[in-house]
Design a protein around this ligand. Structure first.
Ligand code: SF4
Length: 230
């Protein structure tokens, strides 16, 4: 399994915000979102192949007072090694969050499936993406996978919102999945600096209040800036 980095930090996004966690960042992605904040796992993937044994060893080495592991990416569900990796972490009593775009299913052990569906607003421009633009649009929405993930796991749905116009796309997505729990719908502003996140947070927070969604700040940007290993 190709790994870009493994590090301890605080979870900055979602229902477990603030929880001390060890992050395992897989490298490689089947999408190419224009706003990707980890291009070193997607547009220009970096990292080495690690065995499951090596990953578990490093997670244990980084462990703090809590046993929370976050397997993120890139797209970790690309890797079949996720099955034995999650089995091993579960057996050692780790709480496992998997961060995925929800285009691929694997029968993994997982305590919180953090699904970040990619909407039309994620599509990259042709000048930058070339053939990836069409591939991204063809792949990004896999309703049968989303339904399977929501049926099999405790979940949160984390939408990246860049502009007010994106909110119609969120509503259209939710209309397709009436079974999705509204209290598990998180709207997160797009951005990698505190000023733009704060500006977008104003109107997005108000919208969440009106609609009953959960506003999802990107606290790690506020705490550490857009730095790797945080
Ligand atoms: S799915 Fe995630 S990792 Fe992949 S390109 Fe989009 S934002 Fe980046």
């Amino acid at each position: 399994m190709r790994i870009a980095e493994i590090y301890g930090s605080l979870q900055g996004e979602g229902l477990l915000t603030g929880t001390p966690s060890v992050f395992v960042r897989a490298s490689g992605c089947n999408l190419r979102c224009w706003f990707c904040d980890t291009p070193y796992t997607s547009w220009e993937p970096e990292g080495e192949d690690w065995s499951v044994e090596e990953i578990v060893g490093e997670v244990e080495r980084q462990r703090g007072p809590t046993l929370h592991a976050v397997i993120t990416g890139g797209e970790p569900m690309l890797f079949a090694e996720m099955i034995p990796l999650c089995d091993r972490l579960h057996a050692a009593a780790w709480h496992i969050t998997i961060e995925t775009a929800g285009t691929l299913f694997l029968p993994v052990h997982c305590d919180l499936m953090s699904i970040s569906p990619k909407l039309v607003n994620s599509t990259p421009p042709a000048e930058r993406a070339g053939k990836w633009r069409e591939r991204h649009d063809r792949t990004r929405h896999q309703p049968q996978v989303i339904r399977r993930l929501m049926g099999a796991y405790d979940y949160q749905l984390k939408f990246v919102v860049d502009q007010p116009a994106d909110l119609d796309q969120v509503q259209a997505w939710l209309a397709e999945f009436p079974e999705a729990r509204r209290d598990r719908v998180l709207l997160m502003p797009q951005g990698i600096d505190a000023a733009s996140l704060a500006a977008k947070g104003k109107w997005l927070g108000q919208y969440c209040r009106e609609q009953g969604f959960v506003f999802c700040p990107r606290k790690h940007i506020e705490w550490y800036g857009a730095k790797r290993g945080t």
